[in-house]
Design a protein. Structure first.
Length: 308
């Protein structure tokens, strides 16, 4: 049984970035800006705004150097190379002028399905948005002045639901996980566990098959600390990972939010830095050396720990 209801709009909070690697502050700032700029401009095919963002944070970071040194120069080179990579990677033209946000909710509890409509450069309101769940039309609403559109939805049927939104000629797809108390939910950080190497964007050799196996016993929720939801979904789809919700990592706030909803967080697999912010989850694992969880050498060892 499902029902839906149009609800009022609200502005979203400014997203924060938590990187899983101990990068210099100025590099983290550049990543954060690229991350936010890309998610807000996604769907317009513009490279210029992102590149201008890169130049701004590049010059800002250089102003932090009190004296030129070999270390400063090496950091400058690292920042330049990495931001150019992000500019190219994030600047790929796309056709979507609307974005749907993934979500996790308990069965028989209402959830606000959320979409964002965008104009040429910035979010743009006053557009009709139609929501679909598993190809079934749920309802249509108008996006507010901030570009956000909301539709209230509730279902007793648990599992992964395919989300789709349509606004004019634009469309986007996402995922909604409907769970219940007996489900064991595992958070998987994309960047530190599914990449073959740091910042390589190449999928790990056994990651896909391991997650397909885990998804038969657990509910999987991806968290992104670097790429952002939109780009993460594209990367996961392109590399044939299981379809599961992608949430932006917001530290203990994300964990508290999921727990308040009643979601049973069984474990988290992430970088050491993220584990240090995940004390609210008892079972914590990393493929790197960590003081805030258990280090595992591969997916097979992780599987054995999870079954204990």
């Amino acid at each position: 049984m499902t029902n839906s209801k149009v609800v009022g709009r609200r502005s979203s909070n400014v997203d924060r970035l938590h990187t899983p690697y101990r990068l210099p502050y100025f590099l983290t700032s550049a990543i954060s800006c690229q991350h936010s700029a890309y998610d807000s401009l996604q769907g317009h095919g513009h490279r210029a705004p992102t590149f201008c963002t890169f130049l701004f944070f590049l010059t800002s970071s250089l102003s932090n150097f009190r004296a030129f040194s070999l270390l400063a120069f090496s950091r400058f080179v690292l920042l330049t190379a990495f931001c150019i990579l992000l500019t190219v990677f994030h600047g790929v033209p796309a056709s979507a002028g609307v974005t749907v946000f993934d979500s996790v909710v308990m069965a028989n509890e209402p959830v606000k399905l959320t979409a964002l409509t965008k104009g040429r450069f910035f979010p743009e309101g006053g557009k009709l948005v139609t929501f679909y769940v598993n190809s079934k039309k749920i309802g249509t609403t108008l996006s507010g002045g901030d570009g956000y559109a909301f539709l209230k939805y509730k279902s007793s049927s648990r599992g992964i639901k395919r989300l789709k939104v349509v606004s004019g000629d634009d469309t986007d797809e996402g995922a909604l996980l409907i769970t219940w108390k007996k489900d064991r939910v595992i958070l998987i950080e994309i960047e530190s566990t599914l990449f073959d190497a740091m910042l390589s964007f190449k999928p790990s050799e056994k990651g896909g098959s391991a997650l397909r196996k885990l998804s038969k016993q657990f509910r999987i929720v991806y968290v992104s600390s670097l790429m952002g939801m939109v780009q993460s979904r594209k990367w996961l789809h392109a590399n044939e990972f299981p379809v599961c919700p992608v949430l932006k990592w917001e530290g203990s706030e994300l964990i508290d939010d999921l727990k308040e909803k009643g979601v049973s967080l069984y474990a988290i697999i992430a970088s050491p830095d993220l584990l240090s912010e995940a004390s609210g989850i008892e079972k914590r694992f990393s493929f790197d050396e960590t003081e805030d969880g258990i280090e595992v050498k591969d997916w097979d060892e992780l599987d054995r720990y999870l079954k204990r």
